[in-house]
Design a protein around this ligand. Sequence first.
Ligand SMILES: Nc1ncnc2c1ncn2[C@@H]1O[C@H](COP(=O)(O)OP(=O)(O)OP(=O)(O)O)[C@@H](O)[C@H]1O
Length: 462
Amino acid sequence: MAVDRPIHVVLAGKKEDTSLTFEDTTRVLRWFLAPKSPVVDVSYRNVVASTFREDHHHLEISYVSRKAKNSPYVINKLQGQVKESDRDVAGEWSRALTERAYEGARRNPRLKVLVNPKSGVGKAVKTFTAVIEPILRTAGCLLDVVHTTRSGHAHEIASQIPLDTYDAVVIVSGDGLIHEVFNGFADHSKPRKAFAIPLAPIPAGSGNALSLNLLGLKDGFDCVAATMNILKGKRMNVDLFSFTQNGKRTISFMTQSIGMVANIDVGTDHLRWMGDARFTYGFLRELVKMKPCPVELSYKADTLDKKMMVEGLKERRDYPGKAKPPLQPTEDKDDRLPSLKYSNHDADGWTVHKKPLMDYMAFPVSLPDDGVIDIVARGVSARGNLLSSTLDGWANGQEFWNENVTYIKARAFRIKPLPADTQTRLAIDGEEFPLEEFQVEVIPRLGTLLSPQDHYAIEFKV
Ligand SMILES: Nc1ncnc2c1ncn2[C@@H]1O[C@H](COP(=O)(O)OP(=O)(O)OP(=O)(O)O)[C@@H](O)[C@H]1O
């Protein structure tokens, strides 16, 4: 086919022509700028758009790339005049490149974009306008942009979002706005249909845990990488959590934490001007205090066997396509959320965690859709142990096997504060809640995210 052959273009500012080739085996577009200069390979995945203007014979290819191995992504343009001999196939060639670039992804998606001007250090609007919006517009996205004006605004928008209108909701903020949107979906007149709209985070907050989990440590704070996930990411169903306190149900998507972890997070909210550095400061402050966490944890265990957990994780890594199907829409005409399985008084099959806790955290990082909550309960330990285990212990697997750390996969858990301390905090998805008795259970695969792969990117070594 004509489009499979190289196409010759005189790039802007050059005299010699450059040949552009599809390398389908490695899935890259390849060219070199001068006869002796090194070849440039751009993965199809990193191509944003390709257009050929028939009237001016002008080809323009937008793509993202890194300047150096560890630098963030930036957008680039390759443009020039197509040589006369190739002009009759250039339009077809450009369309063929676009098809390769968007294989399996939806073209021209309709996006509801929520930008929080107050998130993080207050740069969300500027980042959106200067970096994200130009890429989305170049890619042909249809944008409906709202700047949130107050706390609760995103919740309100999500609770009334028209169905079958948007292909995704993009959140230019931190985890707080994602929490609001999921809870808005829960208050929608057709909640399950609302939850089927995928969310895509752009990391513009100070707590960007979801973005880190989707894009990994290298790209988790990179707004361009997150924008490419909007364009190329696939739908991924994820477990969500019902957090019930005083009879009120809240949806949690990421973490529920008490003790040191929560104090670091919500206890440094007044320091948001520091950006990420506030978490390091918070950690060091907690290390000085070293206070145990006065709560009783009980859980409905699925497994506590660390070896079995590792087996499950490996199976998923080895068979990446094994994602479970989405939660089926209910037969209910009113499309309700599933009702709670466990009451507050249910004691059958529940285990009480006996050891005193330093802190406690639940997070679904290992598998997004296994229908269980991952709980990490850290016992009280010496300050030195805590320092080394927390700083790099999770990255190298040491913390997982640490005997002082109980790792539980549970269907539900319950926390009862013990009368003692008033300083311990409770954080749900990074938002502060009163430290009063609560219970959490899993709602399997209710949420939908856009993701570059069908699992979270951050993997602990085990
Ligand atoms: N215009 C606004 N003015 C004030 N608050 C707002 C506005 N828009 C949204 N919010 C609130 O800002 C809060 C913080 O947003 P978000 O968590 O996304 O950013 P963040 O910088 O990561 O904050 P945090 O670290 O506390 O999670 C949200 O709970 C949201 O309700």
